[in-house]
Design a protein around this ligand. Structure first.
Ligand SMILES: [Fe+2]
Length: 257
């Protein structure tokens, strides 16, 4: 799958608009500054390294995160409708966790996690469009994401730490200590981690459907019928989006998409 240069830029506007809209206090500007600093890397990042996973294409990361933010807000309303105690977390905590849940995928200060695959065999046979950058020391995605936030003096709450740490749910056995407890005292005291996990899982599943189901039915590469990432108000900011990228290098990369 391939996003157009215009779509990638619109997604970036939506990403920053979510910070402007939902994040408060002095960490709002710190978060905007953080993402501005790494804009050239993050705007073109894939969401995974392998095409069989999800959104392993340029711009896939931001596309995925925006979908998770929207899904988290909708999922939160569903939980509320079923009687969830909504006083145990705030909307800001929900959106902050969604925006930053996969941040650890960006790598560290110096190096990107995912770099283009150089082994043509692995690209062709295993669908690995990207490979892990060996210059980076191993860390789990949630751990690296939380480290990056504290490294840039962006404070997060206990709820946000828990939600980001466990966003993969029980797909990551490391989360069993939080999510597989049979003792009431050690269960999470907020449903935020479950809501974020469901939002993330739904977004990734839908990304799979958008990218792969047309290929299965047509036995060929197909373009999704509908772009699910755009809201009407974001569409209207097309001109702003096209002017939002300041880096000449990034502009030329986007032009080549
Ligand atoms: Fe995710």
């Amino acid at each position: 799958m391939k996003l157009s240069a215009e779509q990638i830029q619109l997604n970036w506007v939506e990403f920053n608009t979510n910070i402007e809209t939902y994040i408060t206090g002095d960490r709002k500007q710190k978060l905007l500054d953080f993402y501005k600093k790494f804009e050239d890397r993050i705007i073109l990042m894939p969401a995974s390294h392998k095409k069989e996973y999800h959104s392993a294409f340029p711009g896939g990361y931001v596309d995925h995160v925006n979908r998770v933010v929207k899904a988290a807000l909708s999922m939160s309303a569903v939980w509320e409708g079923f009687g969830c105690d909504m006083t145990t977390f705030t909307q800001e905590e929900l959106v902050f966790s969604a925006i930053n849940h996969d941040l650890g995928k960006m790598g560290d200060e110096e190096h990107e996690s995912y770099i283009p695959q150089t082994d043509q065999w692995r690209r062709d046979k295993l669908g690995e469009e990207y490979m892990h950058n060996k210059k980076i020391e191993f860390a789990a995605v949630p751990d690296r994401g939380l480290f990056l936030l504290q490294q840039h003096d962006i404070k997060y709450t206990f709820n946000e730490m828990l939600a980001i740490q466990t966003h993969d749910g029980l797909y990551d056995s490391a989360n069993e200590k939080y999510l597989k407890s049979f003792i009431p005292e050690t269960k999470p005291r907020t449903s935020l981690p479950f809501i974020l996990h469901q939002a993330d899982m739904m977004a990734a599943r839908i990304e799979f459907e958008i990218e792969w189901l047309p290929k299965f039915s047509q036995n060929s590469v197909a373009t999704p019928k509908k772009n699910y990432t755009l809201s009407k108000n974001i569409k209207s900011s097309k001109t702003k989006a096209l002017n939002s990228v300041s880096s000449p290098g990034l502009k030329s990369m986007l032009d080549s998409l």
